[in-house]
Design a protein around this ligand. Structure first.
Ligand SMILES: C[S@@+](CC[C@H](N)C(=O)[O-])C[C@H]1O[C@@H](n2cnc3c(N)ncnc32)[C@H](O)[C@@H]1O
Length: 412
C-alpha cells in the first residue's frame, strides 16, 4: 500500500499523530504545525519535537503565515482551537471569535490542496454554536466542504462509551473528496434510496460505525439543504441558517441529515484503573488550608455577584461530587486540571485514604497517552496540554478505518 501523506495542524503534543502511527506505519507526516499564541515559551511544540524529532517540516509559527509552506498531502488532520465554541467560555463568539476564525485557515488549506481526506476534532458544542443562532457555525463549515467538493460525516463521541476512562465528548468530522469510493457510495445511495441510505451509512457502512458501533437512533432528527439553491452564498447562509444538528450526521451534495444516535456501550474503565500504584508526592495532597476553598468551589451556590460594570446578579450552580467517584470514568479534563478549581478532579488516594488531585501521569493515562509523554515541560503545562489533547485510542481506531478506505481508493 502507498504511503498516506499527512499534514497535522494545531498539533499540540501530537495526540493525532500518535494515534495514527499506532494504527499503521503507512501514515507519513510530511508537515506539522503548532504555535501557542498566549505564551512566549512553546512547551507543546517542544514536547512534540521531543517525540517526533527536530525537523524542518515541524513548524512552530502562527498558522496564518505558516500555511504558505504546506506541501501536497492526502490527509489533513487537526483539533482546531475550541474556546470560541466551548460552554466553558463566557461570551463564546463561535466562528467569529478570535480562535473560532482559525476555521478559515483550515478552509484556505482545503481549497488550495484538496487532500483526499480530512479528519478534524472539536468540542461537542461545535455543532450547536453560537448560542443565539444554533447550528450556524457548523452549517458554515459544512457549506465550505460542499463548495470544495467534499462529503462530510460527523459524530459526537464520548470516549467512555467506547471503553476509555474519561467521559470526554468531542465532535469528530471526517470529510472525503468527491472522487473517493465512500463519496460515490454515499451520493449514489442517497440518490436512489434517499435518507434510508444515509441511515445505513451512519449505522453501518460509513466512516465511524465500523469502529464506533451504534445500537440505533433516537426518534430525533433533522434534515435540510445548505447548497446554492437554498443559500446564495456563505454570507446569505451565515445570516439566515439556524438548525438543530444531532450527534450523528452526514452531508452529501449540499444535503444534510442528522440524527441522535445510541452508542453500543463498551464496558467502561473506571477512574480507579488509571491511578498510579505508588504513593504520589505530597504536593498533590489537599492541604488543610485549602480545604475550605475546595469545599466552596465544589459546593452548591446561590449568591449575589456583580458584573464588571457593577450590575448585580444572582449566580447559582449545583453541588458536584467531591471527591470524584473512582468507580466511574472521570469527567472531562480541562486545561485548568491540577489547579485549585471546581473542574479539577479530586480523588481519595487508595494508598493513604487522603484527598489529592490527579498527577500528570494519571492525566496522560486518561487521554490514552504513554506515561510521561509530557515529561520535561513545566508541570503546570503538562496539565494544560492534556486538557487540550484528545483521547489517542479513538484516533487509532479512526486511523485503521482511513487505511482501509485508502486501500480501496488506491486500488480503484
Ligand atoms: C485543541 S489543541 C489541539 C491538541 C492536539 N490535538 C493534541 O493532541 O495535543 C489546539 C492547539 O492549537 C494551537 N494553536 C492555537 N492557535 C494557533 C495558531 N494561530 N497557529 C498554530 N497553532 C495554534 C494551540 O496551542 C493548541 O495546542
Amino acid at each position: 500500500m502507498e504511503q498516506i501523506r499527512v499534514v497535522e495542524l494545531f498539533a499540540g503534543v501530537g495526540g493525532f499523530r500518535l494515534g495514527l502511527e499506532q494504527a499503521s506505519a503507512n501514515f507519513q507526516t510530511v508537515w506539522a504545525n503548532q504555535w501557542e499564541p498566549s505564551m512566549q515559551a512553546q512547551f507543546a511544540f517542544d514536547c512534540y519535537e521531543r517525540h517526533f524529532g527536530h525537523r524542518p517540516e515541524h513548524v512552530c509559527q502562527n498558522i496564518v503565515t505558516a500555511k504558505e509552506g504546506i506541501p501536497p498531502h492526502d490527509l489533513l488532520i487537526g483539533g482546531f482551537p475550541c474556546q470560541d465554541y466551548s460552554i466553558a467560555k463566557k461570551d463564546a463568539r463561535g466562528i467569529e471569535g478570535k480562535k473560532g476564525v482559525l476555521w478559515w485557515e483550515i478552509n484556505t488549506i482545503l481549497q488550495t490542496h484538496r487532500p483526499r481526506y480530512v479528519l478534524l476534532e472539536n468540542v461537542d458544542r461545535l455543532i450547536k454554536s453560537p448560542a443565539w443562532q444554533k447550528g450556524r457555525d457548523f452549517s458554515i463549515i459544512l457549506r465550505c466542504f460542499y463548495e470544495a467538493g467534499y462529503a462530510v460525516e460527523w459524530r459526537v463521541i464520548n470516549a467512555a462509551d467506547y471503553g476509555e476512562a474519561q467521559r470526554r465528548r468531542r465532535t469528530f468530522l471526517f470529510a472525503f473528496r468527491n472522487d473517493t469510493a465512500l463519496f460515490r457510495e454515499a451520493a449514489e445511495g442517497i440518490c436512489v434510496s434517499g435518507l434510508k441510505a444515509a441511515h445505513r451509512l451512519l449505522l453501518q457502512d460509513g466512516f465511524f460505525a465500523p469502529s464506533f458501533p451504534l445500537y440505533g437512533f433516537e426518534r430525533k432528527y433533522s434534515e435540510g439543504w445548505l447548497d446554492e439553491f437554498q443559500y446564495l452564498d456563505l454570507k446569505d447562509l451565515s445570516a439566515k441558517q439556524s438548525c438543530h444538528f444531532y450527534d450523528s450526521g452526514l452531508m452529501v451534495n449540499g444535503r444534510y441529515y442528522s440524527v441522535e444516535s445510541i452508542p453500543v456501550q463498551f464496558p467502561y474503565r473506571p477512574l480507579c484503573s488509571i491511578l498510579e500504584d505508588c504513593k504520589p508526592d505530597k504536593r498533590y495532597f489537599l492541604s488543610a488550608v485549602d480545604m475550605e476553598r475546595w469545599q466552596y468551589l465544589k459546593g452548591a451556590k446561590h449568591e449575589l455577584r456583580h458584573r464588571k460594570n457593577g450590575v448585580p446578579y444572582f449566580f447559582s450552580e449545583g453541588a458536584m461530587a467531591f471527591p470524584d467517584r473512582l468507580d466511574l470514568p472521570s469527567r472531562t479534563m480541562l486545561t485548568s486540571e491540577g489547579t485549585v478549581s471546581r473542574s479539577s478532579h479530586v480523588v481519595v488516594d487508595p494508598q493513604t485514604q487522603r484527598l489529592r488531585t490527579l498527577t500528570p501521569i494519571e492525566c496522560e493515562r486518561l487521554n490514552g497517552f504513554p506515561d510521561n509523554w509530557t515529561a520535561g515541560i513545566p508541570e503546570r503545562m503538562r496539565y494544560f496540554t492534556m486538557g487540550n489533547a484528545l483521547v489517542v485510542p479513538l484516533v487509532k481506531a479512526m486511523g485503521r478505518r482511513i487505511t482501509a478506505l485508502a486501500e480501496i481508493d488506491q486500488s480503484s
